[in-house]
Design a protein. Structure first.
Length: 541
């Protein structure tokens, strides 16, 4: 197989002199015509920097290449003049980025964003661009494609936005598609659809693909060859089957063994009930007309009952839009709802803001993305201190610093780090900080909203182990929301499966995973564990 793209001895440094950061060190690999090569490794390994180097998109002159060559179809790209790069970028080599919501322009419609590419590279007029845009949206199987032309990114689901990004990348029939973590933030079923779509498009269009990911499950499904990166270097590469069957480098073996493991905390069956809700409803009114009359409702949560005991973890699973997070916000009284909610046996549904405030200390939440939930303007100590000040839990600064240091130590961080800022920490460290912010108030009930979805596999395993240890130590009640069923299986002793705002199945975690009754549950499990559903509801590997 002839090499369409050849990378030789590529190095990338940020800055110059003694302060230079060497992000990529002597990387070499090739991509053949019609081949899929996966670049895998944890955050900070240099995967995305390598991919951006191919298109020469790094910020010059701060980022530069001390060594290396990148040849595409025989032409050198490193140091190539801008007209040459413009002919390659988006035309012959296209890129799908990790987070479509931040990659798509929120002010432009889908039609305009795809049409702009067609106008620049193909010179198509408005009518031809519209026809080609519609063809592309149908190619990536966007539902109701014609009616979506005038839609804005925020009006689409995560999976739909990723399909639009793929359509944009395919607009000019590229020879190589670079897919940078294309499924990280998606539900397991949507992940499976996107991966299947990419495979089918590659086969039908004959293009090559560079897949960048930290998820080895994805690599196994779609890649022909694998390059394993760590600390800016490729430490192992070869055919996918050989890498998975006989990994040679210790780091590769570490990645393959990094899936969250272990069993949930074994709780007491008669543990006291901390939070419970009966027939909870969260309906959002649909208003129309000049007088904004209510003509209907979006039933985000529609009659859900849930009970959480001390030391127990209830896992809530389902696709995006199923109502998982809205359920949690309703239980925390952060979203207006109907139906009784009891905390420690006391109905809190009718309580006003002032009456609820003392209870806020006992009910905490850890969000999905710690980078956006931690203020970049505050130090870690100030972020964690905020709750202590609100609830008056420490009389003076020295006492607060002691409590903050103890909370950081409990989540495995150095207490001396409390004067540093969020951008100085890795993703896993930021999530530990978010957990410390919740724990410093000594809560009894914690909502964990996708706390591991944006993290590398090995970091996911560390966070799951940490959450289990904290639960044992403090007898915490967890509501764990996730689309990653492998993490749910490792943490939850009871599972609720939600779809369209309603519970379609619930029960002990072991029963849900081994003998799911509902077809929807079986589909979620099959997508997550690559297993085959068997008649009668059982599943087997």
């Amino acid at each position: 197989m002839s090499a369409l793209l050849s990378v030789r001895d590529l190095s990338v440094s940020f800055g110059h002199g003694d302060s230079a950061v060497k992000a990529v060190r002597g990387v070499s690999f090739e991509i053949g015509r019609g081949e899929t090569v996966a670049l895998v490794g944890e955050s900070g390994s240099g995967k995305s920097v390598t991919a951006l180097s191919i298109l020469q998109l790094l910020p010059y002159p701060r980022a530069h290449h001390p060594t290396g060559s990148i040849r595409f179809d025989g032409d050198e790209l490193v140091g190539a003049p801008e007209p040459v790069l413009r002919r390659v970028r988006g035309d012959r080599i296209a890129m799908v980025f990790q987070e479509p919501m931040t990659s798509l322009n929120p002010l432009h419609t889908i039609e305009r964003q795809i049409g702009e590419i067609l106008a620049i590279h193909k010179g198509l007029d408005a009518a031809l661009a519209r026809a080609r845009t519609l063809e592309l949206l149908r190619l990536v199987r966007l539902p109701e494609a014609e009616s979506r032309l005038g839609a804005y990114p925020h009006q689409l689901s995560g999976g739909q936005r990723q399909r639009v990004m793929i359509a944009m990348a395919l607009a000019n029939d590229p020879d190589i598609l670079i897919a940078d973590e294309p499924t990280t933030a998606l539900d397991v079923t949507i992940q499976a659809q996107i991966l299947k779509l990419l495979g089918e498009l590659q086969a039908s269009l004959g293009m090559s693909m560079l897949l960048i990911t930290h998820d080895l499950g994805i690599v196994r499904k779609i890649a022909d060859r694998v390059c394993v990166m760590t600390k800016g270097e490729i430490v192992e590469q070869g055919p996918t089957a050989a890498i998975f069957a006989r990994p040679e480098h210790p780091y590769t073996r570490h990645l393959l063994a990094a899936e969250p493991k272990g069993a949930p905390v074994v709780p007491e069956d008669d543990a006291p009930v901390i939070v419970e809700a009966d027939d909870l409803k969260v309906w959002f009114p649909i208003k129309r007309g000049v007088l904004r009359r209510t003509v209907g409702h979006i039933k985000a949560v529609d009659g859900v009952s849930v009970r959480l005991r001390a030391g127990h973890t209830v896992g809530v699973v389902g696709e995006s839009g199923s109502g998982k997070t809205t359920l949690a916000l309703g239980l925390l009284r952060l979203e207006r709802s109907a139906g009784p909610i009891r905390f420690d046996g006391k109905d809190i549904q009718g309580l006003g803001w002032q009456a609820l405030r003392p209870l806020r200390r006992a009910m905490q939440i850890v969000f999905q993305d710690p980078y956006s939930s931690l203020s970049p303007r505050l130090s870690i100590g100030q972020i964690i201190e905020e709750g202590l000040l609100v609830h008056g839990l420490a009389p003076d600064e020295d006492a607060r610093r002691a409590l903050i240091g103890a909370a950081l130590a409990e989540v495995g961080l150095d207490p001396a780090m409390q004067d540093r800022y969020p951008h100085e920490f890795s993703g896993g460290q930021r999530q530990r900080i978010a957990i410390a912010r919740a724990l410093v108030l000594k809560p009894r009930f914690v909502v964990l909203d996708e706390p591991t979805s944006a993290l590398d596999m090995s970091v996911q395993a560390q966070i799951v182990d940490l959450l289990r240890a904290l639960q044992r130590r403090h007898n915490l009640a967890y509501l764990f929301i996730s689309h990653d069923l492998k993490v749910v299986r490792a943490l939850a002793d009871r599972v609720i499966v939600m779809k369209d705002g309603r519970v379609v199945e619930e029960g002990p975690a072991r029963a849900i995973f081994e003998t799911p009754r509902e077809a929807y549950t079986r589909a979620l499990i099959a997508a997550a564990f690559e297993i085959e559903a068997v008649e009668g509801g059982a599943v087997r590997t």
